[in-house]
Write a protein that binds this ligand. Structure first.
Ligand SMILES: [Zn+2]
Length: 228
């Protein structure tokens, strides 16, 4: 059928085409809604979705059961198995991921933040500018997910200074399969309060990670959409 014939056919049968399009749209909408509703009931451990950031301080009292990682890093035991499986599969792909940060105490976060502010001031920023910048990168005390024990920074051991090394890019594509999400994506700075961090991954559990990945949203937006 030539293009002109096809156009004529559509014009002749425009009502049928319109109704068919409408029915297809409704079907797609129903499928999407069905998935969304079945999703919202699937996360068994809602605590894994705890949002911590500049507007959501980390809880003062945390009852964390820890698991020690190979290089004396420490995470909440609920994500240890998934993390080790992810690292093992990344290594099996011929890459060299290295956990460079994991759980931090409030004091540890405070020390890191102060060091960052000091170093930024040495590099020419005013104290106020340095505080803002440090809060957007390493995080102010109480505003870092690292205090939950559910977040890790993972870099490529081949070059620890390269924030987007091959291992990090592998993790970006595959982390959701293990229940982790890239927590501070590019373009979502106004939502997360953090600058883009290609190496910072957060455990939210496999269901939530798949949904966040599929929808292309942040944890803040996901919680707002399904759990508020
Ligand atoms: Zn981090």
């Amino acid at each position: 059928m030539r293009l002109s014939e096809l156009k004529q056919y559509i014009v002749q049968r425009r009502w049928q085409v319109l109704i068919l399009t409408l029915l297809l749209s409704v079907a797609v909408l129903l499928i999407l809604l069905g998935r969304a509703f079945s999703w919202s009931g699937r996360t068994k451990d809602a605590e894994l979705l705890t949002v911590v950031g500049p507007n959501n301080p980390a809880p003062e009292e945390l009852n964390i059961e820890f698991t020690l990682l190979e290089n004396s890093e420490m995470v909440d035991s609920r994500c240890a198995e998934a993390l080790n499986a992810m690292l093992a599969d990344c290594r099996a792909a011929g890459l060299s991921p290295q956990v460079t940060a994991s759980f931090r105490t409030r004091e540890g976060q405070n020390a890191l933040y102060k060091d960052e502010v000091r170093s930024l001031v040495q590099n020419g920023l005013t104290e106020a500018e340095a505080r803002v910048r440090a809060a957007e990168t390493v995080g102010a005390p109480g505003a870092s997910e690292h205090e939950l024990g559910l977040a890790v920074d993972i870099r490529d051991a081949a070059d620890l200074t390269d924030a987007e090394g091959a291992a990090v890019l592998w993790l970006r594509r595959n982390a959701w399969r293990y229940g982790f999400v890239l927590r501070y994506p590019e373009g979502k700075e106004s939502v997360t309060g953090y600058r883009y961090q290609p190496f910072h991954f957060r455990y939210v559990g496999p269901d939530a990670a798949e949904q966040i990945e599929t929808l292309g949203i942040t944890l803040e937006e996901y919680v707002e959409m399904f759990y508020s």
